[in-house]
Design a protein. Structure first.
Length: 150
Protein backbone atom coordinates (compact mmCIF):
# COMPACT_ATOMS: atom_id res chain seq x y z
CA UNK A 1 0.00 0.00 0.00
CA UNK A 2 1.41 3.38 -0.99
CA UNK A 3 0.31 6.33 1.12
CA UNK A 4 1.64 9.85 0.74
CA UNK A 5 2.78 12.70 2.92
CA UNK A 6 1.39 16.15 2.07
CA UNK A 7 3.61 19.23 2.35
CA UNK A 8 2.68 22.89 2.19
CA UNK A 9 5.03 25.51 0.74
CA UNK A 10 4.48 29.04 2.07
CA UNK A 11 5.30 32.25 0.20
CA UNK A 12 8.82 32.17 1.69
CA UNK A 13 9.52 28.67 0.35
CA UNK A 14 9.30 27.13 3.83
CA UNK A 15 7.98 23.58 3.79
CA UNK A 16 5.76 22.16 6.54
CA UNK A 17 4.05 18.81 6.80
CA UNK A 18 0.25 18.93 6.57
CA UNK A 19 -0.76 15.29 6.77
CA UNK A 20 0.82 11.84 6.79
CA UNK A 21 -0.58 8.58 5.39
CA UNK A 22 -2.76 10.41 2.86
CA UNK A 23 -5.13 7.96 1.22
CA UNK A 24 -7.39 10.45 -0.58
CA UNK A 25 -7.30 13.96 -2.00
CA UNK A 26 -10.04 16.21 -3.37
CA UNK A 27 -9.95 19.74 -4.76
CA UNK A 28 -12.89 22.16 -4.66
CA UNK A 29 -11.99 25.65 -5.87
CA UNK A 30 -8.88 26.62 -3.89
CA UNK A 31 -9.66 24.23 -1.02
CA UNK A 32 -7.71 20.99 -0.96
CA UNK A 33 -8.98 18.26 1.34
CA UNK A 34 -6.62 15.46 2.36
CA UNK A 35 -7.97 12.29 3.95
CA UNK A 36 -5.61 10.04 5.89
CA UNK A 37 -5.78 6.27 6.33
CA UNK A 38 -7.92 6.63 9.47
CA UNK A 39 -10.45 8.90 7.75
CA UNK A 40 -9.27 12.15 9.36
CA UNK A 41 -9.54 15.14 7.06
CA UNK A 42 -7.32 18.19 6.72
CA UNK A 43 -8.50 21.07 4.53
CA UNK A 44 -6.20 23.85 3.34
CA UNK A 45 -6.53 26.79 0.98
CA UNK A 46 -3.97 26.78 -1.78
CA UNK A 47 -2.94 25.32 -5.10
CA UNK A 48 -2.01 21.72 -5.77
CA UNK A 49 1.55 21.90 -7.17
CA UNK A 50 2.44 18.27 -7.56
CA UNK A 51 1.85 14.64 -6.72
CA UNK A 52 4.89 12.35 -6.89
CA UNK A 53 3.73 8.73 -6.88
CA UNK A 54 7.29 7.40 -6.67
CA UNK A 55 8.30 9.50 -3.64
CA UNK A 56 4.76 9.40 -2.18
CA UNK A 57 4.62 13.17 -1.75
CA UNK A 58 1.96 15.80 -2.35
CA UNK A 59 3.01 19.44 -2.61
CA UNK A 60 0.59 22.32 -2.04
CA UNK A 61 1.36 26.04 -2.36
CA UNK A 62 -0.30 28.02 0.42
CA UNK A 63 -2.95 30.55 -0.54
CA UNK A 64 -1.58 34.11 -0.48
CA UNK A 65 -1.79 35.65 2.99
CA UNK A 66 -4.36 38.32 3.58
CA UNK A 67 -3.62 41.41 5.66
CA UNK A 68 -5.13 39.80 8.75
CA UNK A 69 -3.06 36.62 8.27
CA UNK A 70 0.34 38.32 8.05
CA UNK A 71 2.80 37.44 10.82
CA UNK A 72 2.87 39.90 13.68
CA UNK A 73 -0.91 40.45 13.69
CA UNK A 74 -2.14 39.49 17.15
CA UNK A 75 -5.44 37.63 17.18
CA UNK A 76 -7.72 36.43 19.99
CA UNK A 77 -8.49 32.73 20.23
CA UNK A 78 -10.43 30.37 22.43
CA UNK A 79 -7.90 27.68 23.33
CA UNK A 80 -9.07 24.28 24.51
CA UNK A 81 -6.40 21.97 25.91
CA UNK A 82 -7.36 18.36 26.59
CA UNK A 83 -5.01 15.97 28.37
CA UNK A 84 -6.13 12.37 27.99
CA UNK A 85 -5.95 9.95 30.92
CA UNK A 86 -3.63 6.96 30.43
CA UNK A 87 -5.45 4.73 32.94
CA UNK A 88 -7.22 1.66 31.56
CA UNK A 89 -11.02 1.88 31.30
CA UNK A 90 -11.02 5.62 31.98
CA UNK A 91 -12.57 8.07 29.56
CA UNK A 92 -11.74 11.07 31.77
CA UNK A 93 -9.51 13.89 30.63
CA UNK A 94 -8.33 17.20 31.99
CA UNK A 95 -9.71 20.16 30.07
CA UNK A 96 -8.54 23.78 30.21
CA UNK A 97 -10.47 26.43 28.27
CA UNK A 98 -9.27 30.03 28.07
CA UNK A 99 -8.97 33.04 25.80
CA UNK A 100 -5.47 33.75 24.53
CA UNK A 101 -3.86 36.31 22.25
CA UNK A 102 -1.07 35.37 19.86
CA UNK A 103 0.30 36.23 16.46
CA UNK A 104 1.44 32.63 15.84
CA UNK A 105 -0.50 29.59 17.10
CA UNK A 106 2.30 27.26 15.92
CA UNK A 107 4.73 29.00 18.26
CA UNK A 108 2.14 29.28 21.04
CA UNK A 109 1.42 25.55 21.06
CA UNK A 110 5.17 24.96 21.47
CA UNK A 111 4.83 25.59 25.20
CA UNK A 112 3.01 22.23 25.41
CA UNK A 113 5.58 20.34 23.31
CA UNK A 114 8.39 19.73 25.75
CA UNK A 115 9.69 16.24 26.53
CA UNK A 116 12.05 13.52 25.40
CA UNK A 117 9.74 12.01 22.76
CA UNK A 118 7.40 14.56 21.20
CA UNK A 119 5.13 14.31 18.19
CA UNK A 120 2.77 17.05 17.05
CA UNK A 121 0.34 17.00 14.13
CA UNK A 122 -1.55 20.10 12.99
CA UNK A 123 -4.97 20.00 11.35
CA UNK A 124 -7.01 22.92 10.03
CA UNK A 125 -10.72 22.15 10.07
CA UNK A 126 -13.20 23.51 7.49
CA UNK A 127 -14.61 25.91 10.13
CA UNK A 128 -11.15 27.51 10.46
CA UNK A 129 -10.29 26.03 13.85
CA UNK A 130 -6.74 24.77 14.26
CA UNK A 131 -6.19 21.49 16.12
CA UNK A 132 -2.87 20.09 17.32
CA UNK A 133 -2.68 16.40 18.26
CA UNK A 134 0.31 16.10 20.59
CA UNK A 135 1.99 13.10 22.19
CA UNK A 136 4.65 13.81 24.79
CA UNK A 137 6.42 10.81 26.25
CA UNK A 138 3.25 8.72 25.78
CA UNK A 139 0.81 11.33 27.15
CA UNK A 140 -1.78 12.33 24.52
CA UNK A 141 -3.05 15.91 24.36
CA UNK A 142 -5.22 17.90 21.99
CA UNK A 143 -4.91 21.69 21.77
CA UNK A 144 -7.55 23.52 19.69
CA UNK A 145 -7.63 27.17 18.67
CA UNK A 146 -10.78 28.93 17.42
CA UNK A 147 -10.38 32.55 16.40
CA UNK A 148 -12.72 34.91 18.27
CA UNK A 149 -14.43 37.89 16.69
CA UNK A 150 -14.32 36.56 13.14
Amino acid sequence: MCLSTAWELDSFGEKKMLCEYVAGLSVTGNTITLTDLMGNEVSVSGTLRGVDLIKNTITISAAPATVQDKPGTVKRYERIREIFNNCNNSQMRDVDIREVETDDVDRAVGEFCRGKEVSCEKFVKPDGSIVFEINIDGLAQRVSYMELGV
